[in-house]
Design a binder for this molecule. Structure first.
Ligand SMILES: NCCCC[C@H](N)C(=O)NCC(=O)O
Length: 459
């Protein structure tokens, strides 16, 4: 390679540089995903009577647990903070927004840790939701602040990957990032409960998550150094200045039908996965009779499967295309799994098989959906587009746990055992709607020629 060629290369044209950047931002996101689900396997402790379970029970009701779990999305949705996060990202850039979001995650985690470790007494009326203990409300406040940070960090990381990988292995890179994040989810689901028990309290697992988030802030600062270098190299190579973001461009985004299909597919598909994980550990105990100490390991299989499958399906999309088809298959598998969970079949072997199939679905849809967005929406609007998609998704992440918490509460027998038939039928219905939307997306792609069925890597 001649000196001139070297000078004219962007930093992102170097394979090692772009994969290093990806590794750094993926680790930050992984710590975030750990914290998101650190409480999910703790549902049996949180909802055990105060002082039960060797003094670890916190005495929350299923309704309170649902309210708390949905808090992740409350500020994102009701205060529109995620939408503003997208505008901030497109206006002020990746470095500023990334640091802001990681600090928010850490701050929210500290509030939640404080809440769970203290007795407050009394209760608070939350308009439109219900009356919950003060501890639950403060913990939910912390989780809501954390959720704003985590979602804004998510859109920032998506934009980082598009910035470094467009024209290269975009879907594979997005798959690797999602897979790394799932490691965090799997670690939380698998280890949070035994860790809390070993350390003598629920707040120990939250403290561990908060320490990781603090490390996440530092790791992101390292990425900022690389980002600056990439910008400098891109400025040296660019022949025409890149078009900037203008508010007037938003109209075009709103009028793009394919964008709305992706957003609503995201809402329905993820409604069947993330909120389900919040309740899955207790489902394994109550419906499938799994030992409480092992129950978290079955839901943990789901993200573990996706760790390998998301990059695998991503590279299939990169090489052979068929993005819309991958989304249709994933939505069908989601429906099948929840349909089976709703049936009166109580074998734990079946539960494991279904969880593995759900893992395949959870590899298929994200590996095709996220890299499809830049095929529909131009780069200058990408932050806003991802933010809007995440915003719509967050409506589900916020409200479905509340709904499911109330359904579980209503289906709890006098012996304290929950009948999950209604709950799992609701999750299966999300899958059916996801199938319909993914077919509509395929048709729209045929009409508009987005290229969703085409490979991503330019030959
Ligand atoms: N932190 C767990 C929820 C993340 C939701 C986020 N908006 C998202 O969808 N990320 C992509 C993914 O597939 O996880």
């Amino acid at each position: 390679m001649s000196t001139t060629e070297k000078i004219q290369m962007k930093l992102s044209d170097s394979k090692s540089a772009r994969w290093t950047a990806l590794f750094i931002v993926s680790v930050t996101m992984m710590f975030g995903y750990f914290f998101t689900d650190v409480m999910s396997p703790l549902e049996p402790l949180l909802t055990a009577a105060k002082g039960a379970e060797n003094g670890l029970g916190l005495g929350w009701s299923s309704d309170e647990y649902g309210f708390f779990s949905g808090a992740y999305g409350y500020f994102n949705v009701f205060l529109l903070l995620l939408f503003f996060g997208g505008l901030i990202l497109d206006k002020f850039g990746i470095r500023f927004t990334g640091v802001l979001s990681t600090v928010l995650m850490f701050g929210g985690a500290l509030v939640k840790w404080y809440a769970v470790g203290h007795e407050f007494g009394g209760s608070v009326v939350v308009p439109f939701f219900g009356t919950y203990s003060t501890q639950v409300v403060i913990a939910a406040l912390g989780f809501a602040i954390y959720g704003v940070g985590c979602e804004i960090c998510g859109i920032t990381v998506s934009k980082v990957i598009v910035k470094w990988f467009t024209g290269h292995e975009l879907a594979l890179a997005m798959g690797v990032q999602v897979a790394t994040a799932r490691l965090g989810t799997a670690a939380a689901l698998g280890f949070s409960l035994p860790f809390a028990k070993a350390m003598g309290g629920v707040s120990a697992s939250i403290a561990l998550g908060a320490v990781l988030l603090c490390a996440g802030v530092l790791v992101y600062l390292v990425y900022c150094v690389m980002d600056k270098k990439e910008d400098a190299s891109a400025a040296a190579v660019a022949t025409e200045p890149e078009e900037g973001f203008k508010f007037s461009d938003l109209g075009g985004l709103f009028k793009t039908t394919g964008f709305w299909y992706v957003a609503f597919l995201c809402l329905m598909f993820y409604a069947g996965v993330f909120p389900f994980l919040k309740f899955a550990t207790k489902l394994m105990i109550f419906k499938y009779g799994v030992d409480a100490n092992l129950a978290g390991l079955i839901p943990a299989m789901l993200p573990f499967g996706t760790i390998f499958l998301t990059p695998f399906f991503g590279s299939i999309y990169d090489k052979y295309g068929k993005g819309a088809t991958l989304m249709i298959i994933g939505s069908c598998l989601l429906t099948l799994v929840h349909g089976v969970f709703a049936l009166p079949l109580n074998s734990w072997v079946l539960a494991i098989v279904m969880m593995l199939i759900l893992g395949v679905a959870f590899g298929l849809v994200p590996s095709a959906m996220w890299p499809s967005v830049p095929k529909i929406i131009p780069m200058k609007l990408l932050g806003t587009a991802y933010a809007l998609i995440f915003y719509i998704q967050n409506i589900g992440l916020a409200l479905i746990p509340v709904w499911i918490g109330k359904v579980n509460q209503a289906n709890t027998g006098a012996d304290g055992v929950i009948d999950y038939t209604e709950t799992m039928t609701i999750f299966a219905a999300f899958g059916v709607i996801a199938i319909v939307i993914s077919f509509l997306l395929l048709l729209e792609d045929k009409r508009k020629g987005y290229g969703l069925q085409q490979p991503n890597v330019k030959k």
